[in-house]
Design a protein around this ligand. Sequence first.
Ligand code: C2O
Ligand code: CU
Length: 462
Amino acid sequence: MGLMNRRQLHQTLLGCVATLGIPRIALADATEDLVAREGRARLASAKYPETEVWAFGASVPGPTIRLAQGARVSRRFVNELPQPSSVHWHGIRIANAMDGVAGLTQAAVEPGGDFLYDFTVPDAGTYWYHPHNRSWEQMARGLYGALVVDETEGAPEVDLDAVLLIDDWRLTDQAQIAGDFGAMHDWAHAGRIGNWITVNGDGARSHQVQRGARLRLRLVNTANARIFSLETRGLEGWIAALDGMPLETPERLERLTLAPAQRADLIVDVTAEEGEEALLVSFERDGGYAIAGFPVRGLARNARLNDPTPLPPHSVPALGALREARRTELLMEGGAMGGMRGAMMGGRMMGMRDMAAAGKVWAFNGMADMGDTPLIEAERGETIRVAMTNDTAWPHAMHLHGHHFRQVSPDGSVGPLRDTLLVDRGETAEIAFVADNPGDWLLHCHMLEHSAGGMMTWLRVS
Ligand code: C2O
Ligand code: CU
């Protein structure tokens, strides 16, 4: 079988995506309701009961919303959950009113209520959606799904295009979701780290491929807090995009760190022999484990394919002169082994004990709640620099809403466009972006227990 053209690709995608266990896809404008409700999912093997989950469309993950660049998403979110909720469209550059942040861009949608999300998608790439109200509980219960925007031209030719939503669940020995969402120990340490990894809601994922086939794997880390350190075996290739944004030159894939909320588009060729299994492997301190398997049956081609060309770039405004740009510092403090004594809450200074009683264990610039004043008030079009210093004992996955940024190195060179950056303990990481999207936007740690515990601030773009 030769490489496919786009039409064949779309036809095959319908087949492939179905076998990958993603329930529904829409290739045209997405107009169905998006209903969040309680449901059941088979996360573990058949010897366990099904897991009671909260889910979009009652399946985990929720429906993959797939459409072409420039098309319109129009989805009425219907909340059938027992809690207020909302939908945030992570990483896609859309109008502030559609950003889905309960308490900042909209009121939370009450149980029984609904809200119409209606926007066009400016950029092709891999994005996702999730609630932005009590996210540490609602996402741990299974509320998330993929938003995939197809290139209208310049899409790489591949034999399989698959979304892999990688999640980390904390399950009881009856495979039920552990109910300890507010556990302060998690909040003050690494966040809610689980004990069961799924890909697309499946704990033992395997997908058959052919030797020599070229795959586009769209990885999304949907875990509350786990950082994945990924390698492949029998799959060789490139990273073509990070956080939905194409790299100028695809980068050779070796080890890929995927922090919570980060995405990577991989273009890989199956190099494992027929009869073997290619693997996506995650490494932890104590070794590696396969999180997805690709049994190799049959031969797609013998010839080696050409290296992929870059994905078409997005029209993100270029950074202005960095030397003249406003520079703001963000000091991250608190957590276990952090040595923070206290922080401001509700306008007054509180000690750690009182903070913890109020569910706060972290602070940004000495504040454990967001307050009414933004970290930055930016003129529209202004280039903004934020130097984030992690003075805690834990890594943090810092996410900016509504914009993509570049990391600025001390020598002034800049990295690729991203929306979420892992800042290691003791590290200062500086980002720069053009504040071109008017509205109020969050900047927070995407380890969900950390953001709820105080690692959240916001900025206003006029
Ligand atoms: Cu993935 Cu503030 O969000
Ligand atoms: Cu964090």
